[in-house]
Design a protein around this ligand. Structure first.
Ligand code: S3P
Length: 450
C-alpha cells in the first residue's frame, strides 16, 4: 500500500550502459535538521538544495504547526523564520510525519522540553516502528509520552514544564535518538551529555555548532561524549544542503553492475559518518574515483566517478562500519549478487526496525530472483556468481520502504529478466526524481499496470 494513495507497481528491465551525470537530490538528514534548527532560531534561515521529498515536506508542515514560518521559494530554495529555542507554539492538530522516523523522532525531541503537548502519527510503516528508544530519554528531561502498546504511534508527548538536563548513554547505534536528546537538551538549563558507544552520523552536532550552540565532542573509553550547553540563542544560517550519499548509492551501484556504464555523481556529501558504502565497494573491487574534493557548508563534498566493475568479489563488511552505511545495505546486497563469492554483513540488527525489516524484505526479494541469501537476527549474507548470473523475473514487495523499492529497481537493470516491485510510490519519500534521473542515464523503468 502506498502512503498517500493506491500502490503503483514499477518495473525495471535489463538495460544498456548507464552514462551521464546523476544530480541526486539534497541530503535527507541535513534537510530535516535545517528546517528544525531554522524553526528554533529567531530570524531568517535560508536553505538551498533542500530535499523536496515527502519525508522532508512533512517536517516542513510540522514546523509550521509549531509556529515557524516556512516558505518554499522555488528551485529548492526555502526560508524559515523561526521562533527561537523554547518558542514552539502548541499545535492545534495532529502532526503527521508520514513515513519518516527521522522527522518524528527529531521533532519529538525538539518539543519535549517546552510546556506544550503534541500528538504524532504516521503511515502504516511509521506506526509500527519503536518510539520508546526516544521517549525513554525524553522522560529523563521530564516529558511524558502516551502512545499505543509497544511504544508505537499515534502518540502524545506532554513536554516538560521545568526540564532538567540529562546525561544519557544511547543503548542502540541511532543518530535519531542522539539527535532527539540533543534537541531536547537545547531548552534544558545546564549541560546535556549524550554518550554513544558507536559513532553515528554527526550532522546534528555539526549543525548545532554552525547555528552557534556550545557543543563539544570527545572520544573517550566510554565512547563518543557529546556535551551541549542548554538555552543558547541560535543564530540564523545560510545552508547549502549537499547531495545525499544515500541517494547517490542507487545510481552508483547500478553503474557498477550494468556492463559498460560510466556515471558522474557530482557534489555528494562525504561526511565520514555516512561514507561507509564507498569504502566497502572499493574493497570489493569497485572502480570509484573521488574528484574535486572540497568542503561545502561544513560538510566534506566530492564528485564521484563510477565505472562498470565486472571483477568485484564478496567481502566481510566490518561490523564497526555498519552505522556509517546503515541505509545502504539493501543496495549493497544487490551489488553483492553480481560479485564473485559471499558478502557477509554482520552487526546490522538495526536494519530490522527501519521503514521495513530490511533484512527480511531484501532476502525474500533476492531469493525470488534466484539469489542465495542466508540470514540471522543481526546478520545476513549474499552469495554472488558474477556478472550475468542473476535470473531476475520476480515481483517483490516494497513494504512501504523507498530503499527496498529502489534496490530492486537496480537489480532489474542488470538481471536477465525484468524485476518488478508491487509499489514504487514510497520512492517519493527520499528520491522523488529517481525515475526520470535513472531514465536519463539509460535505465528502463516503467509501470506495468499504467
Ligand atoms: C537518520 C538516522 C538513521 C538513518 C535514517 C536517517 C538521521 O536512523 O537510518 O535514514 O537522519 O538521523 P537511526 O538513527 O535510527 O539509525
Amino acid at each position: 500500500m502506498s502512503a498517500h494513495g493506491s500502490p503503483v507497481p514499477m518495473m525495471s528491465a535489463p538495460c544498456g550502459p548507464l552514462s551521464g551525470v546523476a544530480e541526486v537530490p539534497g541530503d535527507k538528514s541535513i534537510s530535516h535538521r535545517s528546517l528544525i534548527l531554522g524553526a528554533l532560531t529567531v530570524g531568517e534561515t535560508r536553505i538551498s538544495g533542500l530535499l523536496e521529498g515527502e519525508d522532508v515536506l512533512d517536517t516542513a508542515r510540522a514546523m509550521r504547526a509549531f509556529g515557524a514560518e516556512v516558505t518554499d521559494e522555488g528551485g529548492g530554495n526555502w526560508s524559515v523564520h523561526g521562533v527561537g529555542v523554547g518558542g514552539f507554539a502548541e499545535p492545534d492538530r495532529v502532526i503527521d510525519c508520514g513515513n519518516s522516523g527521522t522527522g518524528v523522532r527529531l521533532i519529538m525531541g525538539a518539543m519535549a522540553t517546552s510546556p506544550i503537548s503534541a500528538t504524532f502519527t504516521g503511515d502504516a510503516s511509521l506506526n509500527k516502528r519503536p518510539m520508546a528508544r526516544v521517549t525513554d530519554p525524553l522522560a529523563l528531561f521530564g516529558a511524558q509520552a502516551v502512545g499505543r502498546s509497544g511504544g508505537r504511534l499515534p502518540m502524545t508527548i506532554v513536554g516538560a514544564e521545568d526540564p532538567v538536563p540529562v546525561r544519557y548513554t544511547v543503548p542502540v547505534p541511532s543518530a535519531q535518538v542522539k539527535s532527539a536528546v540533543l534537541l531536547a537538551g537545547l531548552n534544558a538549563p545546564g549541560r546535556t551529555v549524550v554518550i554513544e558507544q558507536e559513532p553515528t552520523r554527526d550532522h546534528t552536532e555539526r549543525m548545532l555548532a554552525g547555528f552557534g550552540a556550545e557543543i563539544t565532542t570527545e572520544d573517550t573509553e566510554e565512547g563518543r561524549v557529546i556535551t551541549l550547553t542548554g538555552q543558547p540563542e541560535l543564530v540564523p544560517q545560510v545552508i547549502a544542503v549537499p547531495r545525499d550519499p544515500s541517494s547517490a548509492a542507487f545510481p552508483v551501484c547500478a553503474a557498477l553492475i550494468v556492463p559498460g556504464s560510466d556515471v558522474l555523481v557530482p557534489g555528494i556529501g562525504l561526511n565520514p559518518t555516512r561514507a561507509g558504502l564507498f569504502a566497502t565497494l572499493r574493497e570489493m573491487g569497485a572502480d570509484l574515483a573521488f574528484e574535486n574534493e572540497r568542503e561545502e557548508g561544513g560538510e566534506p563534498v566530492a564528485d564521484l566517478r563510477v565505472r562498470y566493475s565486472p571483477d568485484m568479489r564478496g567481502i566481510d563488511v566490518p561490523p564497526e562500519r555498519a552505522a556509517s552505511m546503515i541505509d545502504e545495505y539493501p543496495v549493497l546486497s544487490v551489488v553483492a549478487a553480481f560479485a564473485h563469492g559471499v558478502t557477509m554483513m554482520r552487526g546490522v540488527r538495526e536494519l530490522r526496525v527501519k521503514e521495513s525489516d530490511r533484512i527480511a524484505a531484501m532476502a525474500d526479494g533476492l531469493r525470488a530472483n534466484g539469489i542465495a541469501v542466508e540470514e540471522g537476527e543481526d546478520w545476513w549474507s549474499v552469495t554472488g556468481n558474477g556478472p550475468g548470473s542473476v535470473t531476475g523475473g520476480a515481483t517483490c514487495a516494497s513494504h512501504l520502504d523507498h530503499r527496498i523499492a529502489m534496490s530492486f529497481m537496480v537489480l532489474g537493470m542488470a538481471a536477465q529478466q525484468p524485476v518488478t516491485v508491487d509499489d514504487g510510490t514510497p520512492i517519493a519519500t527520499s528520491f522523488p526524481v529517481f525515475e526520470p534521473l535513472m531514465g536519463r542515464l539509460g535505465a528502463a523503468l516503467s509501470h506495468p499496470d499504467g
